[in-house]
Design a protein around this ligand. Structure first.
Ligand code: IMP
Ligand code: ZN
Length: 340
């Protein structure tokens, strides 16, 4: 029999704020995509065995493989649908997916983003219990021209689908181009009303972290190497929530053990912190597993976990009309969960 805490966490209405679509493809989803691309006798998924130990380079290899499979609007739609279903199966009631619009021989960036949005709209009627939003990613590795395109696409589709497209993300290899190269594009996106959820402090570059904190953002992804003065600045600015991805950081070797994770430093100081999966397919995890790890490692009670879910929706890019709906689900769960 499962321990009570595990059942509690599985049933808790959860909120996911940091999930890359192409990193959130389960092995089952990869098989489906492989069959869509290569037919039923495909052996291609053999390339994609889940590793228990990896670094950022291995992770980026896995993204390359996922990208090979999601090279048509049909495949992007299937990937998006599977990701939404997997989150919903884990009792995630609100998710902000993020993805980098990509053009291939068979798809334009517009078609990519439309495939994602159309699928989110379709899933609204099929899975009404989960509210899904989209954050458009800009990849640091791409050219500035390509980043500008993504910024413009984010603004264009936010106007067309204001209830879905809510923000812009800066991600990709943190050791490639500098933040300052993307600053004008991000500033423009912010001016048009888009929220910013930026990967920051994934490597030890205190000057860049300082520049990013000065620029400001609504939420900060990872923040693994935020130290000293920069940590003090972030802690003072209670407005910037931290998205913590425990297993992603552990498997990429940037934190030695779960108990060393910086989640605890910020959490115990009362800073807004959200537990997220990052890439549940790549790191073989789920939001329930991440909350279980947080609970076991940092001795969080059921009440603390409910508060984390409530805090996450407060930090989300949901509208003022949507937030009370999600809070309502957490409230009614909390009322029934007194026995846990
Ligand atoms: P996509 O944007 O849906 O294609 O999702 C995969 C992409 O997300 C990768 O190619 C990276 O650009 C980005 N990504 C996923 N995880 C990380 C991370 O931990 N750090 C930086 N970028 C990431
Ligand atoms: Zn990420």
């Amino acid at each position: 029999m499962k321990p009570n805490k595990e059942i509690f966490i599985e049933q808790l209405p959860k909120v996911e704020l940091h999930a890359h679509i192409n990193g959130s493809l389960s092995n089952e989803t990869l098989c489906k995509l492989s069959q869509l691309k290569y037919g039923t006798d495909a052996k291609h998924t053999e390339k994609y065995h889940l590793l228990t130990k990896m670094d950022l380079i291995d992770a980026f290899e896995k993204f390359k493989y996922a990208h090979e499979l999601t090279d048509t609007p049909e495949a992007v739609a299937l990937a998006t649908e599977c990701v939404i279903r997997d989150f919903s199966d884990d009792n995630v009631v609100y998710v902000e997916l993020r993805s980098t619009p990509r053009s291939t021989m068979k798809m334009t960036k517009d078609e990519y983003i439309m495939a994602v949005i159309d699928t989110i709209l379709k899933m609204k009627s099929q899975l009404p219990s989960i509210l899904v939003k989209l954050i458009v990613s800009i990849n640091r590795r791409e050219s500035i021209e390509s980043a500008e395109e993504n910024g413009s696409l984010a603004s264009k589709y936010a106007k067309l689908h204001p209830n879905i497209v809510c923000g812009v993300d800066l991600s990709g290899d943190p050791a490639s181009k500098k933040f300052s190269d993307f600053e004008p594009i991000l500033a423009k996106a912010r001016e048009t009303g888009l929220k910013l959820a930026l990967h920051c402090g994934e490597i030890d570059d205190q000057d860049e972290i300082s520049a990013m904190l000065k620029f400001g953002m609504h939420r900060l992804g990872h923040g693994t190497f935020i130290k000293g003065e920069n940590e003090e600045i972030l802690l003072k600015n209670n407005e910037i929530a931290l998205e913590c991805c425990l297993t992603s950081n552990l498997l990429c070797g940037v934190v030695p053990t779960y108990s060393d994770h910086h989640f605890w430093r910020f959490y115990k100081n009362g800073h807004p912190v959200v537990i997220c999966t990052d890439d549940f397919g790549v790191f073989s995890t789920s939001l329930s597993k991440e909350l279980q790890i947080a609970s076991d490692t940092f001795n969080l009670s059921s009440d603390d976990l409910i508060k984390l879910s409530r805090g996450a929706i407060d930090c989300s890019f949901a509208s003022d009309d949507e937030k009370p709906i999600v809070h309502g689900k957490i409230d009614s769960f909390a009322k029934d969960a007194i026995g846990f």
